[in-house]
Design a protein around this ligand. Structure first.
Ligand code: IPE
Ligand code: IPE
Ligand code: MG
Length: 255
C-alpha cells in the first residue's frame, strides 16, 4: 500500500476499508437470561446478518467475521455440532439473498477437517458470488492464525523442495500470497465484543498494523450504534506504521 493511501485510511472522515470482528459473548448473553448457550448462538447469527447490512451501509468494503476457531473444537460436542449446523444453514439459507445484494462471500480457515458436503457448500457459495461488486464478506471458519501460517510455510517448503522456488524468494509478499487471505487487504480495524481483550489466534499476521477496539457489548447485542462507535474510535486514532506521525513530522520539519 502506498504511503498516500495509508495516510488517508484514518482521520475524521475515514471509513475503515476492512473491518474484522471477533464475535464473542454469545454464551454469556444467554446465561444472563437463563437461556441455553445455543440461544445465544442463534441470536448471534441475527447480529451477524444485521452487521453485514450495517457494514455495507457504512461504506466498509471488506468485513471479516470470526465464527469458529481451530480451538473451538474443545467445546462440548453438542455445542460444536450446533455451531457447524448454524454455518451450514447460514450458507444454505442466506446465499441467494447475499448474492442478490451483491455480496461476495469468502470462507477462510482449514477446510481439510470439514465434512465433504460442507466443503462443497462453501465452494458453491464462493463460486456463485465471486464476481459480485458489493461488500466482501469473509467468514473465518475453523480458522486459526497459527494453523494458517503453518499451512503457508508448508506450501513454501514444498515449492522449495520441488525446485520451483528459491529460499531467497521467501519474502513477506510470498508468505502473504500463501495465506487464506491472499487476495484480501489487511484489516484496518479489528473489533472484539464481550469485554475480552485478547486476539485468540485471529489474523495475527494480517493485523500487524490494525487498530483494535474492544467493546463490552455482547455479540448478540451488537448493532449499528456499536459499529458506529467503533468506527468513531478508529477515526480518532493516528496510524503511524512505525513512522513518527503527521503532527510530529510537521513540528520537526519532516516533509
Ligand atoms: C462467540 O461466543 C461464539 C463462538 C466463539 C463460536 P462464545 O460462545 O464464545 O460466548 P462466551 O464467550 O462463552 O460468552
Ligand atoms: C474467539 O472466541 C473465537 C471466535 C469468536 C470464533 P472464544 O470465545 O473462542 O475465545 P477465548 O476462548 O475466550 O479466547
Ligand atoms: Mg467466547
Amino acid at each position: 500500500m502506498s504511503e498516500g493511501a495509508r495516510q488517508s485510511s484514518s482521520g475524521p472522515e475515514a471509513v475503515p476499508d476492512h473491518v474484522a470482528i471477533i464475535m464473542d459473548g454469545n454464551g454469556r448473553w444467554a446465561q444472563m437470561r437463563g437461556l441455553p448457550r445455543q440461544e445465544g448462538h442463534r441470536r448471534g447469527l441475527e447480529a451477524l446478518r444485521r452487521t453485514v447490512r450495517n457494514a455495507a451501509d457504512a461504506g466498509i468494503r471488506f468485513l471479516t467475521l470470526y465464527s469458529f476457531s481451530t480451538e473451538n473444537w474443545r467445546r462440548p460436542q453438542t455445542e460444536v455440532s450446533f455451531l457447524l449446523g448454524l454455518l451450514r444453514r447460514f450458507v444454505e439459507k442466506d446465499l441467494i439473498e447475499l448474492h442478490q445484494a451483491g455480496v461476495r462471500v469468502r470462507i477462510i480457515g482449514n477446510r481439510a477437517d470439514l465434512a465433504a458436503d460442507l466443503r462443497a457448500l462453501i465452494e458453491r457459495a464462493e463460486a456463485m458470488t465471486q464476481g459480485n461488486p458489493g461488500l466482501t464478506l469473509v467468514i473465518a471458519f475453523n480458522y486459526g492464525s497459527r494453523d494458517e501460517m503453518v499451512r503457508a510455510a508448508r506450501a513454501l517448503a514444498e515449492e522449495v523442495a520441488a525446485g520451483r522456488l528459491s529460499p531467497s524468494a521467501i519474502t513477506e509478499e510470498a508468505l502473504s500470497a500463501r495465506l487464506d487471505t491472499a487476495d484480501l487487504p489487511d484489516p484496518d480495524l479489528v473489533i472484539r465484543t464481550s469485554g475480552e481483550t485478547r486476539v485468540s489466534n485471529f489474523l495475527l499476521w494480517q493485523a500487524a498494523y490494525a487498530e483494535f477496539v474492544f467493546t463490552p457489548v455482547l455479540w448478540p447485542d451488537f448493532d449499528r450504534e456499536a459499529l458506529d462507535e467503533a468506527i468513531a474510535q478508529y477515526r480518532r486514532r493516528e496510524r503511524r506504521y512505525g513512522g513518527i506521525g503527521s503532527v510530529t513530522s510537521r513540528s520537526v520539519g519532516v516533509a
